[in-house]
Design a protein around this ligand. Structure first.
Ligand code: GLY
Length: 353
């Protein structure tokens, strides 16, 4: 088992290792004395892991109530948040009690937001069961729901007290969901760790505990320096500006990790065309994405992508900040005027010999 300390305003540990779900109760007891807990999970994950986590927590002395909502992004709403908050209130949770998020990013984001709001903040523990949640959303304290037709519009920065990642849970994921997580994992290599990227080039089946551990180390490092996303943390958005635009244009038919894969390659090519990236990052990235079974071509025109990107919340005044590679393992922030975004995207979509 690996332990990564996240030095946020309220520091906490991320533990990564096979079998951790079965030890959940004992691990939580190291964080706080046994108390009441509401286990928030979705209709896909509940039948797989909820009973095991509850048994482990009960054995450790916790009194657990389960709250299950329908699986899927469509549940990431004020209604579901109200449902979770109602469950916390009707269970009589106090400030010394606990919320536990068991599942993927939707579950973690919503249970975390409920924990931030209820009684102005109760402790919560993240038990990510997807690779994507393990390497990204369960760490760093971003919590949110979708609102007014926009993703993650209403939320809070609220760090968990503990994250337990059991890579054994990835075995029940579909290949498509695994690829979503691999896309985000490859991203960490491009933004700041060439050695991690090289593992994806050379190792056909990288060890998931090692991959998650390295990604969480990188994310933890960045979060420690910029918890509230005012500068450095934006590096984690490599590929996300075009990626979010692709998701939106597809009406979310193209999943997050797949859209980010296309977005990363687009940005790497655009950075090369602009002379910002001096090495063969784009070529290497394309090879790894293809080998992983991820898409590389945006099925929308640059104008469509630019319009969708500019409707997103990351625009600031007359410019937009993008993340581009200077070389493999080193990304930088690059601001372009809004009027030039379409041209910048187009330069990343031109087919070169
Ligand atoms: N998912 C990007 C971040 O946590 O900042």
């Amino acid at each position: 088992m690996n332990r990564i300390r996240i030095e946020a305003g309220a520091p906490y540990d991320v533990l990564v290792g096979d079998g951790l779900l079965g030890e959940a109760g004992a691990r939580m007891k190291e964080l706080l004395p046994p108390c009441r807990a509401v286990l928030v999970t979705d209709s896909n994950v509940a039948p797989l892991y909820a009973a095991g986590v509850e048994a482990s927590m009960t054995e450790a002395g916790f009194t657990v109530t389960r709250y299950v909502f329908p699986a899927g992004e469509a549940s990431k709403t004020m209604e579901t948040l109200t449902g979770i908050l109602t469950a916390l209130a009707s269970t009589g949770l106090t400030r010394s009690d606990l919320v536990v998020a068991l599942g993927g990013g939707v579950t973690g984001d919503m249970a975390g937001l409920a924990a931030a709001l209820y009684l102005r903040g109760v402790r919560y523990v993240q038990l990510p069961t997807t690779l994507l949640a393990a390497v990204d959303s369960s760490v760093g304290g971003k919590t949110a729901i979708d609102f007014a037709g926009r993703k993650n519009l209403v939320g809070a920065f609220y760090q968990p007290g503990l994250v337990l990642c059991d890579p054994g849970t990835f075995q029940t994921l579909s290949p498509e969901i695994i690829r979503d997580g691999l896309s985000e994992s490859i991203k960490y290599g491009v933004i700041c760790d060439e050695a991690l990227f090289a593992r994806f080039e050379s190792d056909p089946a990288p060890d998931m505990t090692e991959i998650v551990t390295r990604c969480v180390e990188i994310k933890g490092d960045i979060v420690a320096q910029d918890e509230h996303d005012t500068g450095l943390r934006q590096l984690l958005n490599f590929g996300h500006t075009p990626g979010h635009a692709i998701e939106a244009c597809s009406h979310y038919g193209i999943s997050h990790g797949h859209a980010v894969a296309i977005g990363m390659l687009l940005m790497a090519r655009a950075a090369t065309a602009a002379g910002i990236c001096k090495d063969d990052t784009a070529r290497r990235l394309e090879t790894v994405l293809r080998k992983t079974g991820l898409p590389t071509v945006a099925p929308y025109a640059p104008a469509q992508l630019a319009a969708a990107a500019l409707a997103d919340k990351k625009r600031r005044g007359g410019s937009i900040t993008l993340v581009v590679p200077k070389q493999m393992g080193a990304c930088v922030l690059h601001t372009v005027p809004v009027a030039e975004l379409e041209r910048f995207f187009a330069s990343g979509m031109e087919v070169r010999a």
